[in-house]
Design a protein around this ligand. Structure first.
Ligand code: AMP
Length: 391
């Protein structure tokens, strides 16, 4: 018997992804074996996910582009969290959208997310809503210095932030960001003298099932992620507290999909910094370092499929490549060295790829990092991870 082509592939779903960067690219690569098709909407025709998935090129507020996108997908999700909330809502009236526009709206706003964390009993850095210069002056007195002025929305990788080291910096901070008080809004945060930065990568399904990968420790350079280590070298109790914070937030938002909760660890206490409503750079190690990657689990959640196991396969370290790709050979020579080139043009400050090294033990991982760091001239990048592993 011949099966008509349309019927034969009726079960092949198309996932629409708003944003066509490396996160969309890795989503498509991870879940292609599930028999999915993808459609990417991005403002740039050369977005790197377009090397693997058909694209609609257009602005996220362009109704014609959104309508074309909506007409061709079964479900929509994000690689980019700053899609305007109105666009997400508009889409949600036409196709299922995960995470929901409400969860997206909270996570887009540093004030709304910190307010939610506090309501849920999750410790946060001191913060204040800043809607005027007078409010800033008052809050700098209440919170003390140092503190950080941030835009409520549209900031990422340390952008839209100004560090106020002493009251003398308030003028400069207001000159830099004051104009945005009336547009994206501002928040002032007390400076946290943390010893470590950690993140929880977690996933929640449509039925409320929750799973999380072990805590990850992260190192940043100039506000941009440089290296991630999993599992973080913390005790079980801290791991459990972090996962319980993540679960409370996910349940409160009725969240569907993968998200990252960024935490500061100060004197043994965890403070919640930020919620990223999407797969996250600090979870890239899950591709080779765990049973199911964050990318595939995100799409399983979005499609209502059973979630995959999040257990780790050994220990893993991810190194980000910023600006330009180094030589791949030293990583490829490692027994568990994995290379990811996002197919992007080199550009200062741009995330162009990453490597993940995996090992059976922390001793082996530290040795592999040392070899790779030395050959690539990246000793400074691997040094804090090696110190933690050997510490
Ligand atoms: P964010 O965009 O909020 O994740 O901030 C980027 C980086 O700036 C963080 O990873 C921290 O290294 C640093 N940072 C942000 N907020 C604070 C804070 N309240 N205290 C100390 N460092 C911070």
């Amino acid at each position: 018997t011949t099966i008509p082509a349309s019927k034969a592939r009726a079960s092949m779903k198309t996932v629409g992804i708003l944003g066509g960067g490396q996160l969309a690219r890795m989503m498509a690569l991870s879940a292609a074996p599930l028999g999915l098709r993808f459609l990417v909407l991005d403002t740039a025709a050369d977005a790197c996910a377009g090397q693997f998935a058909p694209m609609v090129v257009g602005d996220y507020t362009d109704e014609a582009a959104l309508a074309e996108f909506a007409s061709k997908v079964d479900v929509a999700t994000f690689d980019f969290e700053n899609v305007p909330a109105e666009s997400a809502q508009w889409l949600a009236t036409r196709v299922p959208v995960f995470p929901s526009p409400r969860a997206l709206a909270v996570a887009q706003d540093r004030l709304a997310e910190k307010t939610l964390f506090r309501e849920l009993g999750i410790p946060v850095p001191d913060f204040a809503d800043i809607d005027s210069r007078a409010a800033l002056d008052a809050a700098v007195v209440t919170l003390g210095t140092p503190c950080i002025l941030k835009t409520r929305r549209l900031g990422y990788d340390g952008k839209g932030q100004f560090r106020i080291k002493s009251p003398a910096d308030v003028d400069a901070a207001w000159d830099a960001l004051g104009a945005q008080a009336g547009t994206v809004g501002l928040i002032l945060e007390g400076f946290v003298a943390f010893q470590r930065e950690l993140s929880v990568i977690a996933v929640r399904g449509q039925d409320g099932e929750f799973r999380a990968w072990p805590l990850t420790e992260n190192w940043h350079v100039d506000g941009v992620l440089s290296a991630s280590l999993a599992p973080a070298c913390v005790d079980d109790a801290m791991n459990a507290v972090a996962l319980s914070h993540a679960r409370k937030i996910a349940d409160a938002l009725d969240y569907v999909g993968v998200f990252a909760l960024e935490l500061f660890c100060r004197d043994g206490e965890l403070l919640a910094n930020e919620l990223a409503p999407r797969v996250h750079n600090s979870g890239h190690w899950t591709i080779e370092g765990s049973e199911t990657s964050q990318f595939q689990n995100h799409l399983r959640a979005v499609l209502g499929l059973p979630l995959g196991d999040t257990r780790m396969l050994g220990v893993a370290c991810m190194l980000n490549w910023i600006g330009a790709m180094p030589d791949a050979a030293p990583v490829l020579r490692e027994a568990s060295g994995h290379w990811h080139d996002y197919g992007k043009q080199p550009r200062t400050g741009r995330k162009v790829g990453h490597a993940t090294l995996r090992a059976e033990s922390v001793v082996e991982l530290a040795d592999a990092l040392q070899r790779v760091g030395a050959v690539l001239g990246r000793d400074a990048q691997v040094a804090p991870v090696i110190a933690r592993l050997r510490g």
